[in-house]
Every structure is written in C-alpha cells, then in structure tokens.
Design a protein around this ligand. Structure first.
Ligand code: C2G
Length: 131
C-alpha cells in the first residue's frame, strides 16, 4: 500500500486541481490531501471563496481522494509524513524544489501544473460577470 500526500487550498475546485489529484493518486494506492484552513490561507495571503468545510466536501466527493486532513502550518509536513506513514509527497510544479528537504523521509515528486486555469481566474471572471 503506497500512500501519497499533497497540500493545497483547493478553492473553486477546477480541472487543474482535479488533474493534479488524479495524477497524485496514480502514484500510489491511497491519497491524503492536507487542506489549508482559512487561518493558514491568511498566512499564505489567500482568502478562499469557499469555507474549509465546503472545500473539504468537494475533495471528499472525488473518488480518488481517500482522506482530507487540515493544513494549519507550513511546518506540519514532516510530522504528517510520519504520522500517516506517507511514501510519496507530491505537489504541482509551481512548488518545484521547495519541499526537497523532505526527501530524507519520503519520495518527493512535483507534477506538471495545468496551464490556463486557476482559482484567481475563476474568481475574476465571476466578479466581472457580476459587475
Ligand atoms: N494546481 C495545478 N494546476 C493549476 C492550479 C493548481 O496543478 N492550474 C495544483 C498546485 O500546483 C497545487 C494544487 O493544485 O499542487 C493546489 O493548488 P492551490 O489550491 O493553489 O494550493 P497552494 O496555494 O499552492 O497551496 O503547503 C503547500 C500549500 O498549501 C500549497
């Protein structure tokens, strides 16, 4: 049983997120997503449109997501990897290299980001349509 772990805000879930999660799951047999809380998003300088509970429900509706946990801090990754016996840590390529220090306790892999879609783009489009 190969266990995969990834992190993110996953606001306004879109096909870029879904493709990332599908490929992450395909790296192993079990996918854990650590979902950024609203408080942690504030640390990242982000304000999600959907609440943490809504974003969690969206992810849990995906067949290839097995568990959703909370991401509260930048520093929790090492503990999460140990606690959940993670074999592979993966992120989209916009994070390329940023988490290589975790490679002493698990495989670290970066997956190509899907171009042409983002939560920001969706939010801006919705805002413009509403104005
Ligand atoms: N992603 C992607 N293609 C997109 C948009 C996002 O592959 N068009 C990927 C990102 O690379 C990331 C994941 O989807 O791996 C989630 O993206 P965000 O919700 O924007 O997450 P982020 O703010 O990057 O949070 O501790 C790590 C952070 O919590 C990562």
């Amino acid at each position: 049983m190969k266990r995969v772990l990834t992190y993110g805000t996953y606001d306004t879930l879109h096909y870029g997120h879904i493709r990332l999660l599908q490929r992450a799951r395909a790296l192993g047999d079990y996918l854990i997503v650590a979902l950024s809380t609203d408080e942690f998003n504030a640390l990242k300088g982000k304000k999600a449109f959907h609440t943490w509970e809504e974003r969690k429900a969206h992810l849990e509706a995906l067949r290839f997501v097995d568990l959703v946990i909370a991401e509260n801090t930048w520093e929790q990754k090492r503990d999460d990897i140990r606690l959940y016996h993670v074999d592979i840590f993966t992120m989209g390529s916009d994070w390329e290299g940023k988490f290589d220090e975790l490679s002493d306790i698990c495989e670290v892999m970066y997956l190509p980001r899907t171009e042409g879609i983002s939560s920001t783009m969706i939010r801006n489009t919705l805002d413009n349509a509403a104005s």
